[in-house]
Design a protein around this ligand. Structure first.
Ligand code: G3P
Length: 478
């Protein structure tokens, strides 16, 4: 069936022996846009076997050569930004310009990773024994960083390209092989991205990309004995994966409920601009989106007024027209968001706009006077709906932020840097942004979540380090 995109294994594009495919529904038209292969467990086994042997040779390939190939892949990726972005528009309804930005950002990430890799992997440590009590200077310890083996990368739908390369590039520069399981929505963009790595000329089998149903190959991949590391970004599934995975390093980013605490002395125009950008970019479908505004009561009316005025200017419609608000990824996602909205309505939240939905398209909605008994106060809508909770003290804001089971990022707006530092210290999140909305980038910054938001830390340097192990050689003198 020529209509079904092939999967990538052993340096070739292949049809699955299952004869089955998985449909990718365009969120805007709600019709099948593409189809990908439904790979079987046997095919996964083969991919793992090849990945294992390809890794052995790759680890012996000089570091500078590995870097050279990554630079090549980055350049090819950027050259092909238009067709890849087109897939992102059709598969995940990412606004056209943002789709291009995602690909360019990904190319930059790959290059940066190659540069960073040659620096940090080219250095080891030298230790001598006589610093520890009872020892003479008779043992010299040399350390270096060695690869883990096969890295399994599972990115989410919202950045199928960027959050794939943020796992692929560190894994490869560190000498690992890579098996990618792209999200179904975004799989075709991911296959195109993998094609750029193919064109760059990486050795056969070093990179594979298997597509298919989570129910068929999901657990099979994450529990596969050949996998030596899992890097996952997504939702609750990550918690289940962490419980089932073997004794291997895990890197996980599982969402957030990023709080925006606004103090009385904040620049409210700056705050409003950041709330709208932070809350509504890509229709709120970002782990780092502003997901709850905690504003001091005395300035709440003014701030809500300013945010409302900006929300009114957001364009709503198809991603092809580069609208600010585009259809959310799936019907079930739209239904979930609607459930949160209806719960808030029933419990008395103030609707700053009328709730409006057509298919998967949900108009941007600001909910004021949200209270802790409403689901939207705690749950992550992953859609263009933003709750405002009015607080009477900073402590109340910090308390709400810390009562969440998430702890990804948070932000605080104030003109007083001393207060900002104290609040940042008190917020139990992996990152606190002072006077700006939460964001993962620039992509070399450390990125980590506390509590249910994740395991480990990402960012280019941290990911490279995480995908290696320390190996020591001790020279014993007579
Ligand atoms: O939602 C995934 C998370 O990594 C967000 O990234 O760049 O939108 O802050 P970013």
């Amino acid at each position: 069936d020529g209509d079904v995109f092939k999967y990538y294994a052993d340096g070739e594009w292949k049809k699955s022996s299952s004869g089955k495919s998985v449909a990718i529904i365009n969120p805007t038209t709600r019709k099948t846009q593409y189809k990908v292969q439904a790979c079987t467990q046997e095919e996964v086994n083969k991919v793992m076997e090849i990945a294992k042997s390809a890794q052995k040779l790759w680890a012996k390939t000089p570091l500078w050569k590995r870097a050279e190939l990554l630079h090549k892949a980055a350049a090819i990726l950027k050259e092909h930004k238009a067709p890849i972005a087109e897939c992102l528009v059709k598969e995940i309804a990412k606004p056209a310009k943002d789709a291009v930005t995602e690909v360019v950002r990904s190319g930059d990430l790959v290059s940066y990773c190659a540069e960073e890799g040659v620096r940090i992997l080219g250095e080891g440590k030298f230790l001598v024994s006589d610093s520890f009590p009872g020892n003479e200077r008779t043992k010299y310890c040399l350390t270096s960083k060695i690869p883990l083996g096969v890295v399994l990368a599972i990115p989410p739908f919202n950045y199928p390209v960027n959050l794939a390369v943020s796992k692929i590039a560190p894994a490869l520069i560190a000498g690992n092989s890579l098996v990618l399981k792209p999200p179904t929505q975004g799989a075709v963009a991911a296959l195109h991205m993998v094609h750029c790595f193919h064109l760059a000329g990486f050795p056969k089998g070093l990179i594979s990309c298997v597509t298919g149903k989570g129910s068929e190959i999901g657990d099979f991949l994450t529990m596969h004995p050949a996998v030596n590391c899992i890097s996952f970004t997504g939702g609750d599934t990550g918690i289940a994966i962490s419980k089932k995975a073997g004794m291997i390093p895990l890197q996980m980013e599982l969402g957030g409920k990023d709080a925006c605490i606004v103090l009385e002395d904040a620049d409210l125009d700056l705050v409003a601009a950041n709330i709208v950008k932070g809350g509504f970019s890509y229709s709120g479908q970002r782990c780092t989106a502003v997901k709850v505004v905690l504003v001091m009561e005395s300035i709440a009316d003014t701030l809500v007024g300013k945010v409302k005025a900006k929300v009114a200017k957001l364009t709503v419609g198809p991603p092809e027209n580069d609208c600010d608000i585009t259809p959310v990824v799936s019907e079930s996602s739209a239904n979930f968001i609607e459930g949160l909205v209806m719960d808030a309505k029933q419990k008395g939240a103030t609707f700053c706009q009328e709730y409006k939905r057509e298919g998967n398209l949900i108009w941007p909605l600001l909910l004021d006077n949200v209270r802790p008994d409403m689901r939207i106060a705690w749950e992550e809508p992953f859609g263009p709906v933003l709750p405002v909770i009015r607080i009477s003290s900073v402590e109340e804001g910090i308390h709400h932020c810390n009562a969440s089971n998430f702890g990804l990022q948070g932000c605080v707006f104030t003109a007083d840097i001393n207060k900002a530092m104290l609040i940042s210290d008190a917020m139990e999140t992996g990152t606190v942004q002072i006077n700006s909305a939460p964001a993962r980038g620039p992509d070399h910054f450390p990125f980590q979540g506390l509590k249910d938001s994740g395991i480990g830390s990402q960012g280019i340097t941290n990911s490279i380090t995480m995908m290696t192990k320390i190996k020591s050689t001790v020279i014993n003198l007579p």
